[in-house]
Design a protein around this ligand. Structure first.
Ligand code: PMP
Length: 430
């Protein structure tokens, strides 16, 4: 495979776009550097690059493209929305219809507000929690990503109940000091954090199924403990379902009997267009302006194209058998990857939940960020490039997931597993 034009475009991009990318996760920094592939088109399960190469896509644009690329129903709805006026600057019926639909699927969303990204949703929901509780501190879990707003860009792994240090230049230490980070799936650390600051936390933020240090599920009893400790100490429980909402049917909110107070959504609910949403208990959401004192606004919020793309995406997902197929394909991938890795003696761990999985290079279980960090990044990088050369597009980081989409066929999965086997053979010879 030749990547010549991708290199040309990346060099050109670097002169105008900082780093040549509009999101750092698109660079190949985490997989040994080099030019990221410049894609020019996508259809169904496939991405096409500027050199004319075709890839079977498991990146799914980091999650939103669950219906596959350029799904005709979504395209048609977006065309219709644009033709009817792209931005009206007033309420529209579409946003209410969509909010009703989300609420029917997830009754915990007693009141909703649409925003434009997952970052915005999390930033806003934290403000609401602080307004409601009158507290400022936030408890989060190491390795969980909640967007790039200041308070959540705090170093992971700083140890149970230690105060955070900024994970990014430009985040004031005073803001990072408002955040306490504890390891995922670690109830004693959580108890210790609450014991140290029993009445200081406005909220606990959690990915109820993790997507940001690979797919990691909460162990039995973990979410229950989080809920119980938050309630006991007067902190709100906020589910960040930016990845999980509608990736796992109605989202992780249906994972067990645990109910969050508030939640954030994004990605899939925009069908590939920019969106975010937050919502939850009415009494808490009444903090939000214009009803309450917590200000949050957006010129583009609830724009008809994003809303109608999201509705169309949910239409696609409601087709009977969809989630079963997403999961069946992910199971087939999981089994095939295991078989090839075992054949070539590659230590590995696969975490899968529904139609999402992460292949870690290492043979110890991955249940926390620390475990994910300890897996072999060099082997992942080699495997990533071996797959890319065979026409399979994965996310360029060992901390991301493979997502199955409605567009993947049995034949795509079989071809992918052939590429997995050849790639495992290649990396075993390193
Ligand atoms: N929360 C989670 C769990 C996410 O995975 C992401 C994005 N990967 C965000 C929030 C931020 O969303 P966005 O990139 O749309 O701002």
């Amino acid at each position: 495979m030749v990547f010549e034009q991708s290199e040309v475009w990346h060099e050109r991009a670097k002169h105008v776009i900082i780093g040549g990318v509009n999101s750092p996760s698109r660079s190949f920094k985490a997989v040994g550097g080099g030019s990221p592939i410049t894609m020019k088109q996508a259809q169904g399960a496939y991405l096409y690059d500027v050199d004319g190469n075709r890839y079977i896509d498991y990146l799914a644009a980091y999650g939103p493209i669950i219906a596959g690329h350029a799904h005709p129903h979504i395209v048609e709805q977006v065309h219709a929305a644009m033709a009817a006026g792209s931005l009206l600057g007033t309420p529209t019926p579409w946003e209410t219809l969509f909010a009703e639909r989300l609420q029917t699927a997830i009754p915990e969303l007693e009141r909703i507000r649409f925003v434009n990204s997952g970052t915005e949703a999390m930033m806003s929901v934290i403000r609401v929690a602080r307004a409601y509780t009158g507290r400022s501190k936030i408890l989060k879990f190491a390795g969980c990503y909640h967007g790039h707003s200041d308070p959540v860009l705090v170093a992971a792994g700083s140890g149970p109940s230690s105060l955070g240090t900024p994970d990014s230049a430009g985040v004031p230490a005073s803001i990072a000091h408002e955040v306490v980070t504890v390891p995922y799936n670690d109830v004693p650390s959580l108890e210790a954090a609450f014991a140290t600051r029993p009445t200081e936390f406005a909220c606990v933020l959690i990915e109820p199924v993790v997507g940001n240090f690979g797919i990691v599920t909460p162990e039995p009893g973990f979410l229950e403990a989080v809920r119980q400790l938050a309630t006991k100490h007067g902190a709100l429980l906020i589910y960040d379902e930016v990845i999980t909402a509608f990736r796992f049917r109605f989202g992780a909110v249906k994972y067990n009997s645990v109910q969050p107070d508030l939640m954030a959504l994004g990605k899939i609910i925009g069908g590939g267009l920019p969106i975010g949403a937050y919502g939850g208990k009415q009494a808490i959401m009444e903090q939000v302006s214009p009803l309450g004192p917590a200000y949050q606004a957006g010129t583009l919020a609830g724009n008809p194209a994003s809303i109608r793309a999201g509705m169309a995406c949910l239409d696609v997902l409601e087709t009977p058998g969809t989630y079963e197929q997403l999961e069946r394909h992910a199971q087939t991938l999981e089994a095939g990857i295991h078989a090839s890795a075992n054949e070539f003696g590659i230590p590995h761990t696969i975490n899968r939940y529904g139609g999402a999985l992460t292949l870690f290079f290492g043979d110890t279980p991955v249940r926390s960020y620390k475990d994910a960090v300890a897996t072999d990044g060099n082997l992942f990088a080699a495997f990533f490039h071996a797959m890319l050369r065979r026409g399979i597009c994965l996310a360029p980081s060992k901390f991301e997931a493979w997502f199955t989409t409605v567009a993947h066929t049995d034949e795509d999965i079989a071809q992918t597993l052939d590429a997995v086997r050849e790639s495992m053979r290649e990396v075993s010879q390193l």
